[in-house]
Ligand binder design. Structure first.
Ligand code: NCC
Length: 276
């Protein structure tokens, strides 16, 4: 159902989605208080140039996949929210280079977030479902979840660990492209952490292998590989426009359908490798 050719779509994503982290120069974050909390180095300075990267969805279909070694063979691995590695290495690997978490987790599950060692590995990035194309001051006054105090508390206890705040304009630039390339009207909710993470890694890496975002032959109603909870909506979407995200990613896949079926694997080029 996508309207643009895969090549044009990649160019649109590269040219219109500005993946940036909140910096000192961003309006309300220019205070001397925020200076102490925001990381001094930019994300690209922190990670450097990355070759092959893996994005690991949290889907139940990762269970018994035995993809761990393949995932760990990448230069960098992105994981989401509370997705664990301990006890699941055979299926999901053990390397965590970046962990993308939503503001709900940082706020509602604050005590776990501040205490669990799971979060102490790699670079953390938090994102918040800001209102559609809201101006940064407006968002700062009224974030979806007020995670700022929890962010500061985490930074005080882990000052050496890089921890960024995703600039929320990115998610709506991405949503606009999702909408333009879908025949149906999409609910105005931001893309899932999974889709945001895929585009984030396309800005940092030469190649991005995404695991179990498009479900393999192991597709299941079990929501997460680390829980017993069943919910069809985890894979197909309810709040997030997941089905549209998955169609878009399928359209840009440079790997084979066989790789999707056996490994749940999609291969996307990094934006630096895209010629427009
Ligand atoms: O479930 P969640 O996502 O943490 O999963 C991370 C990303 O993996 C992809 N996924 C997951 C399960 C599945 N069966 N298929 C998939 O493709 C999706 O791309 C998903 O984004 C989120 O996007 O942040 C989300 O977060 C959870 C929850 O807030 C966190 O896990 C923290 O506890 C949301 N669940 C609830 O609010 C109950 C979920 O809707 C979206």
């Amino acid at each position: 159902s996508a309207k643009l050719s895969p090549e044009k779509l990649l160019c649109q994503l590269r040219d219109r989605v500005n993946v940036t982290m909140i910096q000192r120069s961003d309006g309300p974050f220019g205070t001397s208080e925020w200076q102490q909390y925001l990381p001094g180095k930019s994300l690209s300075e922190t990670v450097g140039h990355l070759g092959r990267c893996a994005v690991v969805s949290s889907a139940g279909s990762l269970k018994s996949s035995r993809l761990g070694q393949e995932i760990d063979s990448h230069d960098a691995v992105l994981r989401f929210n509370g997705a664990p590695v301990r006890g699941f290495q055979d299926d999901v690997g053990q390397k965590t280079t970046i962990r993308l978490v939503n503001s709900q987790l940082v706020t509602v599950e604050e005590q776990q977030f501040l205490r669990e060692p799971l979060y102490n590995t790699g670079i953390l990035i938090v994102w918040d479902p800001a209102p559609y194309h809201a101006e940064i001051h407006e968002w700062y006054r009224k974030p979806d979840y007020n995670f700022f105090e929890s962010y500061k508390a985490y930074r005080r206890t882990h000052p050496e660990q890089p921890f960024y705040i995703l600039n929320p304009k990115m998610q709506w630039q991405l949503w606009d492209i999702l909408q333009e390339n879908s025949l149906e009207h999409i609910q105005p909710n931001p893309p899932s952490s999974g889709m945001l993470g895929i585009v984030l890694m396309m800005t940092l890496c030469d190649q991005v292998d995404v695991y179990e975002f498009l479900p393999s032959k192991r597709q299941t109603d079990i929501c997460h590989y680390y829980q017993k909870f069943h919910d069809h909506a985890c894979t197909m979407g309810a709040y997030h426009p997941l089905l549209f995200e998955k169609n878009l990613v399928k359209h840009m896949n440079q790997g084979t359908d066989e790789d999707i079926y056996t490994h749940g694997k999609v291969t996307l080029p990094g934006f630096q490798k895209v010629h427009c």
